[in-house]
Design a binder for this molecule. Structure first.
Ligand code: PLP
Length: 409
């Protein structure tokens, strides 16, 4: 009998013994192409040597140096490096361990600065599984069901429909709905912040259109509402830019990151402007393990790898290759509804969600390729590979997917 909780949902039943690069090896010796990359955390691949040696060296110095009790050298070093790679508006950093924790921190900061109570989120968003972040999450009902009551003060605004034939019209309608929400439910004087995933993650890899993001940011500026970019999934080169907001003409007030930032080591960060951070009362927030030196070492090593020549170019060109190969499959197999997503966060949507489990199963059992499911209706297959994936790795995944599509026809 297992002593483990059943609460974890399972993507596969594999038992992993080790990992290297884009591959994991199971305890019966089989190698799998891991294009789920630990839900997007294994950004530089499994056991990247630079990351492994940074973690190992740091573990020999000290495992934790709790930032309330004393400081350590890697905190300032990491904050300095993050200031170099984040948008120019961001220059002050706080550290935690997970995405939900750092999202909570962002909302607490926004409430402290604005002295306003409410938060606006978007339909289909995923921000975490704590009570507050669950209330902010509308990607799937199961994440909330059975957990009521959820915290109040969260308002949900529509996200443009990626399937709409008139994109301008869906963007305008979403912006009008946002205006209406401010006029009828959460007045600007009561709205602390808006939080947006520049690419909806769990909601189905839907890139936010530039005119939508810029329209929301402009409204935030006009009303003194803080604009928070949730880059926990899209950040750290995943989108083909350091941060997905880099593609837009916006200056986020707060940017939160996690997942890929430390190549799989639990680590998250909030970046903001010094002027806002200065209004966060000392002692009003904290985190026992936040800024853990091994996490900082892993994050610094991750940044080192990502700034090596050719790294981000690889993300862009492998993303283009992946989308091109998927577009070819879409020509042959019209059950694919849409191919979308920037960089190496790419998805295929299907009209019929029922085709998704057999397709994923075929890739896994017949080709040893791990892909993930997403989307409110579960009708999305997503590619979130390590960012070091090669052309052959991408091709191996699309060949497996092509064979899976053929097996259904
Ligand atoms: C965009 C986004 N925000 C927040 C989270 C929550 O992160 P965590 O699971 O580390 O709490 C996730 C996790 O998938 C995410 O994708």
């Amino acid at each position: 009998m297992s002593h483990l909780s059943n609460v974890w949902s399972k993507v596969t039943d594999l038992r992993v013994a080790s990992g290297h690069g884009c591959r994991v090896v199971t305890d019966d010796g089989h190698e799998y192409l891991d294009f789920g990359a630990g839900l997007g955390t294994i950004s530089t691949g499994h056991c990247h040597p630079t990351v492994v040696s940074a973690i190992t060296e740091q573990a020999h110095r000290f495992v934790h140096a709790q930032p309330n009790v004393y400081t350590h050298d890697l905190l300032e070093t990491l904050a300095g490096k993050l200031a170099e790679v984040t948008p120019p508006s961001i220059d002050s950093f706080f550290f935690a361990n997970s995405g939900a924790e750092i999202t909570e921190a962002a909302i607490k900061l926004a409430k402290q600065v604005t002295k306003r109570p409410n938060v606006i989120v978007f339909e289909g968003a995923f921000h975490g599984r704590t009570h507050l972040t669950m209330a902010m999450t509308t990607s799937k009902a199961i994440l909330r069901a059975g957990h009521a009551p959820l915290p109040a003060g969260i308002y949900v605004s529509p996200f443009p429909n990626p399937l709409a034939s008139d994109q301008d019209a869906t963007i305008s309608a979403s912006l009008r709905a946002f205006d209406s929400l401010l006029a009828t439910q959460s007045a600007p004087a009561e709205t602390a912040c808006v939080i947006l995933e520049p690419v909806l993650g769990d909601g189905g890899y839907i890139p936010a259109p530039a005119a939508f993001v810029e329209g929301i940011a402009e409204r935030c500026r006009d009303h003194g509402i803080l604009f928070i970019a949730d880059e926990i999934q899209s950040g750290f080169c995943r989108s083909g830019e350091w941060f997905a907001v880099d593609r837009f003409d916006v200056d986020p007030d707060i940017l939160i990151m996690g997942k890929g930032m430390a190549s799989g080591f639990p680590m998250s960060a909030l970046g903001t402007r010094r002027e806002l951070d200065d209004q966060w009362p000392t002692g009003s927030h904290g985190c026992t393990y936040g800024g853990n030196p091994i996490g900082c070492a892993a994050a610094l090593a991750t940044i080192e790898v990502m700034t090596e020549p050719g790294f981000i170019e690889n993300v862009r060109s492998r993303g283009t290759q992946l989308r091109d190969e998927l577009f070819e499959l879409k020509e042959r197999y019209p059950i694919i509804q849409q191919v979308r997503g920037p960089g190496l966060m790419v998805a295929c949507s299907f009209d019929d969600a029922e085709v998704v489990p057999p397709l994923l199963d075929h890739c896994l059992r017949e080709h040893r390729v791990i892909l993930l499911r997403a989307g409110t209706a579960g009708n999305i297959i997503r590619w979130v590979p390590p960012l070091i994936a090669t052309s052959d790795d991408i091709n191996e995944s699309t060949k497996a997917f092509g064979a899976a599509l053929k097996s259904l026809s």
